[in-house]
Design a protein around this ligand. Structure first.
Ligand code: SF4
Ligand code: SF4
Length: 628
């Protein structure tokens, strides 16, 4: 750590600044130190102008026109940028969709009675989704339906179909457009596999063709793998309902055994919820001198547990190391995605035990305890016992919990939104038509050390709600909004008068937590329901999306499936595409004529807010509604 620290440069979150001071005192390196050490980043890579796809390379293209203008194979800047972007989309789609597959495998095992500790928690949703997949439910019990539904979902992963099942939820106009463009996704795995094939040297060398397939690949995630992940999670673990919880580092308890779950897939963490409530393990904790066992989450595994059980969240992506710097965590249990490999080095400075649980996500410095549906209940009990026994190793002199918990209302599924509206989307549409709510925006995604933590999210969302735009959030943004108090009824004071009136009458905050990263599909489902009710396409609605601080390949895929579904989408950090002016123009302008929506890249959240508000007002005018 060789540079002078001014922690307010890194984060607007006071507790983050305090924990960075402690990290420096404890000589712990964090993501901001490593980010600094990487400066300056490679300019070729930032522009998408480097390629290492084959061993005739690696190759780089000189953006100033003096050096090479093609790779060894002859790939131009357009081809290189398109191939790199295509592979990012494929990686994001694969991550979400493989997560979805793990849930379908669990559903199949539950159906066969091979997953003790798991049940069907929402049989009504099981039957609704089964009907969409053509599974006849009459006279069958839940487990038989679950077995058939799992089989039908596995079929969507393969390549035997012309179209994914859940595309039927999209408005007719949108499906016809995808068909006309030849981007209807056929199989979840197929589109990812085809993207990897197309971007091998010497296959698809038409950059437009690669990017169109990128749209198809992203749609296979949004209306396929991610949608299956969310629906099966609801079936197995319960469809979220509004409930109160708490966020920030203050959710850790100085007098309790603290266990943190990190990652994305709720399969492991769901079993930990039950294990942490086991009276025998609580008694064991008391014998160790603790007053109880406190389970909390970070990142999207945290979102999944908060949505369904009100389990508190300690932080978002850039806070994951700082949670351990409190010195108060007995164990962190990880599944997969967004878990920085350096986190074990942070844990090693304290007494925290790090545990990995997935056969596809192993980490240096972590004990590996592999979870399977067959052993999950037993494994969860073993891990909680290990965490409890670790409590006596805590060094009280190293403990520092810098804040008090902030209240939050969570658990806003589509079902919960419709229930709050009295069973249909009509009251929301009426409020939009009357201009009380101007429109809606999904503010989603990650943190990124390129941007001051939470600054993009909070600045943008403040402007949106003040302008009567309803905000829904997923992923790590949800913690940022919650930390800032946006998900309480008191936050209505920050909303414009129309939004305040409507949300106040419904008893909901102006910013609604709809879930984890895969749960972005809840937004797609809600948009489709609104468009279907109005008889229009999604691209006609006064809505927009934004990922002000994105970092992950998954965020690229999410952005692409929203744009391909007709939603104008803002990105904070610029993706690695500036090496091709053709591709920049297509993604930010040309796509409007193709799919009725495009990307905008704007690092300044004030300017981004103006872009979103202008877009929403223009869409209102397009629908014949009043516009400001
Ligand atoms: S695919 Fe072409 S541009 Fe890429 S590394 Fe190989 S030769 Fe170079
Ligand atoms: S929002 Fe981004 S950083 Fe956070 S859990 Fe999801 S992908 Fe990871």
């Amino acid at each position: 750590m060789t540079y002078q620290k001014d922690y307010s440069r890194f984060s607007i979150v006071p507790e983050t600044q305090l924990m960075l001071e402690k990290a420096a005192r404890d000589q712990v390196e964090t993501v901001w130190d490593r980010y600094q050490a990487q400066q300056p980043h490679c300019g070729f890579c930032e522009m998408g102008l480097s390629c290492r796809i084959c061993m005739m390379g690696p190759c780089r293209i000189d953006p100033f026109g003096e050096g090479p203008q093609t790779g060894v194979c002859g790939a131009t800047a357009d081809i290189m940028v398109a191939r790199n972007l295509g592979r990012m989309i494929a990686a994001g789609a694969a991550s979400h969709s493989d997560h979805g597959r793990d849930l379908v495998e669990l559903l199949a095992k539950v159906a066969k009675g091979q997953a003790p500790g798991y049940t069907i928690k929402d049989p009504a949703k099981l039957r609704r989704v089964a009907a969409e997949f053509g599974v006849q439910a009459d006279g069958k019990d839940d487990l038989s339906i679950a077995a058939e539904l799992a089989d039908a979902m596995f079929d969507d992963y393969g390549s035997k179909k012309d179209s994914l099942t859940l595309l039927s939820r999209a408005p007719r106009q949108r499906r016809e457009l995808w068909q006309k463009l030849g981007i209807t996704p056929r199989g979840i795995d197929r589109e990812t596999s085809e993207m990897m094939h197309r971007t091998h040297m010497g296959v698809d060398n038409d950059w437009v063709s690669i990017l169109l397939h990128g749209m198809r690949n992203a749609l296979s995630d949004g209306w396929g793998g991610s949608m299956i992940a969310t629906e099966v999670s609801d079936i197995l673990f319960g469809t979220p309902q509004p409930a109160k919880s708490t966020v920030n580092l203050g959710v850790l308890k100085e007098d309790q055994v603290n266990i943190i779950v990190h990652g994305h897939n709720p399969v492991v963490s769901e079993t930990l919820v039950a294990a942490c409530q086991d009276p025998e393990l609580i008694r064991l904790a008391e014998r160790q001198g603790a007053t109880g066992i406190n389970l909390a989450g970070v990142c999207c595994t945290g979102n999944e547990l908060m949505m369904r059980h009100g389990v508190p969240m300690a932080g978002n992506h850039l806070s994951t190391e700082l949670v351990l710097v409190t010195g108060a965590v007995e164990m962190m249990i990880v599944d997969y995605q967004c878990i920085m490999p350096a986190i074990s080095d942070v844990a090693a400075c304290y007494h925290t035990k790090m545990v990995s649980t997935s056969n596809k996500a192993k980490f240096p410095g972590m004990e590996h305890h592999e979870f399977h549906p067959e052993n999950a209940r037993q494994k969860a009990a073993t891990l909680v016992k290990m965490a409890v026994e670790n409590f006596t190793r805590r060094d009280k002199n190293k403990v520092y919990i810098p804040s008090s918990p902030q209240e939050v209302i969570s658990g806003i599924s589509v079902e919960a939104v419709l229930a709050a509206l009295g069973g249909s989307a009509e009251p929301l549409i009426a409020a939009i038509k009357a201009g009380k709510i101007r429109g809606a925006a999904g503010v989603v995604g990650c943190n990124n050390p390129r941007i001051k933590q939470d600054f993009g999210h909070i600045t943008l969302t403040s402007r949106l709600i003040a302008n009567d735009i309803l905000v829904v959030d997923t992923g790590c943004v949800s913690v940022a909004h919650a930390r800032a108090g946006f998900k309480t009824l008191e936050a209505l004071e920050k909303a414009g008068p129309g939004l305040r009136e409507v949300c106040g009458a419904l008893g909901i905050p102006p910013v609604l937590h709809v879930g984890s990263c895969v749960d972005n599909v809840r937004i797609l489902v809600l948009l489709a329901a609104l468009a279907n009710t109005l008889g229009c396409d999604i691209s006609d609605l006064p809505v927009a999306g934004s990922a002000p601080e994105w970092y992950s390949e998954k965020a690229v895929t999410i952005g692409c499936y929203f744009v391909a579904s007709g939603v104008f989408t803002h990105l904070g950090p610029m993706p690695p595409i500036t090496g091709s002016i053709n591709i920049v123009k297509l993604l930010t302008e040309g796509l409007k004529d193709v799919v009725g929506a495009a990307f905008a890249v704007e690092p300044d959240p004030e300017k981004a807010a103006a872009l979103l508000i202008r877009h929403i007002e223009a869409k209102r005018a397009g629908l014949g509604l009043d516009s400001r």
